[in-house]
Design a protein. Structure first.
Length: 109
């Protein structure tokens, strides 16, 4: 069992290192090109704005069966989950529309 625990902790550490490096290295690389960094920043700001719009239109209703164990949902948690789901749905629709329009544009040319 000790080997399994060691391997699990090593894998957790590798996931954390990979995540940190996947965020930091593009930032370091984009310091050479500030316009590229600005475009990335605008993309992040756009996603945050989309999330807050979706968060504001989502409901904070919690059904009685989800109020107790094992879920313990609160109205704030319910609204956060609803906002994340709406954001995900909207971004999927935008991505699919972009793919569709790109393929139509390539077929016309």
């Amino acid at each position: 069992m000790d080997y399994v625990n060691i391997i699990l902790y090593v894998s957790y550490a590798l996931v954390v290192v990979g995540t940190v490096l996947s965020v930091l290295l593009p930032l370091i690389k984009s310091l050479d090109d500030p316009k590229g960094l600005m475009k990335s920043g605008l993309g992040v700001v756009a996603i945050v704005v989309i999330f807050f719009i979706c968060y504001s239109i989502s409901s904070n209703e919690v059904l009685p069966k989800f109020e107790g164990d094992p879920f313990n949902l609160t109205p704030a948690t319910s609204q956060m989950v609803g906002g994340l789901m709406f954001t995900t749905y909207l971004l999927i629709i935008v991505a699919l529309a972009g793919i569709l329009l790109t393929e139509i544009n390539k077929a016309i040319k």
